[in-house]
Ligand binder design. Structure first.
Ligand code: SAM
Length: 288
């Protein structure tokens, strides 16, 4: 396993994923009842954007750095930007919250989170960052296997975030098996799956596999910062099963803004598809 998320922290893919994560968490927190989050591929939790990896790649400069001081940022981006700002209490943009820090930051008393990370160094850093007490646990466990082991959670409401590195062949196949299993175990859970816009054959197989699950409602949100090019990461997408109320409208506001703000000179784009019981009820797309 060579993947190190630190090289990519705060890039356009993280922006899409973490902006959506912050909205979902904020929506879950609207009801008093406790919720649970399972983050199957957690990473180290917090990234130093001045550190050797993020500093060398500079990917955040084309991502979060273009947004943090924008007075025109839409309201739907606020939960995300507020969370990034809370990690930088003296201003500036040095520390970038990965999904575990964002989740920990937005949990309330009574909510719980489980984080899985297989890479020992990343896991150790994660343990140090998020700690481990009753409600927050870090596991040396395969994230897909955790879907089987941990679902359904006792709280019966919450989110499964699946954010694999996509460095090995067959990732989409493991993903669809885990999603199928997860939905059978917890039909009402929110499942948010991140994918790179790169291996379109693998993604087409995933869509075909999940099509048979007779899902009530799903959302597909895509953000590209450059025109598609075989073998190049030009954007990313989220596949959200049982999206919380309001997420589709938030994406409709967010995606055109992000595409315009994060597009490279060659132009970007976005797409939003809302599917209810197999039929598209909203299908929007735009160029930037
Ligand atoms: C894309 S990064 C996660 C980023 C994180 N979710 C975030 O948003 O901040 C993927 C992580 O999954 C870890 N990983 C790879 N395969 C795994 C597996 N089968 N189970 C759990 N973790 C895995 C990698 O070491 C890497 O840290």
């Amino acid at each position: 396993m060579n993947y190190r998320h630190a090289f990519h922290a705060g890039n356009h893919c993280d922006v899409l994923k973490h902006a959506a994560l912050a909205i979902v968490l904020a929506r879950l927190a609207l009801k008093e009842k406790p919720f649970s989050v399972i983050d199957t591929h957690a990473g180290r939790g917090l990234y130093d954007l001045d550190g050797s990896e993020a500093g060398r790649s500079g990917e955040h400069r084309g991502g979060v750095a273009r947004l943090i001081d924008d007075p025109a940022a839409p309201a739907s981006l606020r939960p995300y930007l507020d969370c990034v700002r809370r990690q930088n209490p003296f201003g500036g943009l040095r520390w970038y919250p990965g999904s575990p820090v964002m989740i920990k930051d937005m949990l309330r008393k009574g909510d719980s989170a489980k984080f899985c990370e297989l890479q020992p160094e990343e896991r150790l850093a994660l343990q140090t960052t998020v700690g481990a007490h009753g409600a927050i646990r870090v596991y040396d466990r395969d994230g897909y296997e955790a879907v089987r082991a941990f679902l359904p959670p006792v709280e019966r409401r919450g989110l499964v975030l699946i954010d694999p590195p996509f460095e090995k062949p067959g990732e989409f196949d493991r993903l669809s098996e885990a999603v199928e299993d997860g939905v059978k175990r917890w039909a009402s859970g929110v499942f948010m799956i991140w994918r790179p816009i790169k291996d379109e054959d693998g993604y087409a197989r995933f869509l075909e596999a999940v099509r048979h699950l007779s899902l009530e409602k799903t959302l597909i949100a895509e953000l590209s910062v450059a025109p598609r090019m075989a073998g190049k990461l030009t954007g990313s997408g989220l596949y959200v099963i049982n999206p919380p109320f309001g997420l589709a409208d938030a994406f409709a506001e967010l995606l055109p803004y992000l595409a315009a703000r994060l597009a490279t000179a060659s132009g970007g784009g976005w797409r939003l598809e809302e599917i209810e019981k197999g039929a598209a009820i909203r299908d929007l797309a735009g160029e930037a």
